[in-house]
Design a binder for this molecule. Structure first.
Ligand code: NAI
Ligand code: MG
Length: 356
């Protein structure tokens, strides 16, 4: 039997609830599809930082490197400086492991009351491909004499030809498998160096994919279009910060942030990829068994897809759809179902659907 070794990092807050819920679904899908998942769980994150002064141990990355994939919740704690979690965990893993693709599907599920009530499931079905290693989030900056009247702060974005080319190729190849349309979401009319270069390199790559329709849209217009005409999107390719913001908006038009899945993907598989819901550690609702685990469960499906277990991944997505359709929803979607109950519902649907 094929076995995959997964590093499980629940992190902080609701990560400790949604990740175990998602793991139960993953093992049920594995059992049905006749492969196995072995896991080691690591208590890393902001809570670990409070006790040990670091988000993960010195050899943490070396440890993670030995796994086939990483199944992650979220990091962040109200008692810990919030400039640290991304720097000391999330971005560290994403960049050290060259997870340069951040894959974030946006898809309206049946039975979910989307705030866009005039739109149907066929109107909201696209993927945000966020460049995940460069751009605005490289933390390349300084704060100089902050308390003086001459205080200066900078964060300089970094865009490289190699970084832009590889995310563009990934996006066009993905579009070839979908509805053959790529929208580059940019702001090159005001960021006239970095994003003008971004656009020009993406346009060069676009010419190599004549079967894919290419267009460019500014982010201000794109955010309005997410709400007014989401049906125009198939694959969106965008920068690190724009992708971060737009994908939360994507979560919102699906009906809740708790639904959005993501994969931090190293397409060449030189390093493990990391799968996590798009939301954070939600300390306001942590510890109550009320967090929506569907984003974490769906992230698990993306992980199985990446590992090559396509049928099991599709089965989990069908299980999610059957669960939302049945209407016993979590609190954020207006229902009463608890975190662990939602996972059990997905498992039930998954076990009931046609055998593999
Ligand atoms: P958040 O995503 O944690 O929460 C925003 C709002 O959405 C909250 O009202 C929360 O209750 C709700 N929400 C989020 N996920 C939910 C779920 N699964 N079910 C039901 N409701 C859900 O974002 P926020 O509040 O900006 O950040 C909280 C902490 O998370 C911060 O420390 C932040 O740095 C961290 N964070 C970590 C991320 C990561 O580890 N990749 C990503 C985003 C934030
Ligand atoms: Mg975010």
């Amino acid at each position: 039997m094929k076995n995959y070794k997964i590093a499980v990092v629940p992190g902080d807050g609701i990560g400790k609830e949604i990740v175990p819920a998602g793991w139960k679904v993953l093992t049920a899908a594995a059992e049905k599809h006749k492969f196995s998942l072995s896991s080691d769980s690591f208590p890393w994150g902001a809570g670990y930082y409070k006790a040990h002064g670091q988000f993960l141990p010195e050899d943490g990355l070396d440890t993670l490197k030995k796994y086939d994939a990483i199944y992650f919740g979220a990091v962040g704690d109200p008692e810990v400086d919030d400039t640290l979690p991304a720097m000391l965990y999330t971005f560290k893993v994403r960049t050290s492991f060259q997870q340069y693709v951040n894959y974030r599907p946006v898809k309206l599920l049946p039975g979910i009351p989307s705030p866009l009530r005039y739109k149907s499931e066929k109107d909201i079905d696209f993927v945000v491909i966020r460049e995940n290693n460069e751009g605005e989030f490289v933390q390349n900056g300084k704060i100089i004499h902050p308390d003086s009247p001459y205080g200066v702060a900078t964060d300089t974005s970094v865009f490289t030809r190699m970084g832009i080319e590889r995310i563009a190729h990934y996006s066009f190849k993905l579009a070839q498998k979908r509805r053959k349309k790529v929208t580059n979401v940019t702001k090159s009319n005001t960021l006239i160096h970095s994003l003008a270069y971004w656009d020009s390199v993406i346009e060069e790559v676009a010419e190599q994919y004549p079967d894919v329709q290419y267009n460019k849209m500014y982010v201000d217009n794109a955010s309005a279009s997410f709400v007014l005409k989401p049906e125009v999107f198939d694959v969106i390719v965008t920068t690190n910060m724009i992708g971060d913001i737009l994908s939360d908006l994507g979560g919102a038009i699906m009906g809740s942030l708790g639904l959005g899945p993501s994969g931090n993907i190293n397409p060449e598989k030189e390093f493990p990829s990391m799968f996590e819901p798009i939301h954070g550690s939600a300390p306001d609702i942590a510890g109550k068994n009320i967090a929506n685990p569907l984003g974490a469960i769906w992230s698990g499906a993306l992980m199985l897809q990446h590992l090559g277990e396509k049928a099991a991944a599709e089965d989990i997505v069908k299980g999610i759809e059957a669960t939302t359709q049945a209407g016993n929803l979590p609190l954020d979607l207006g229902g009463k179902a608890k975190t662990d109950e939602i996972a059990l519902q997905v498992i039930e649907h998954l076990q009931k659907s046609v055998p593999a």
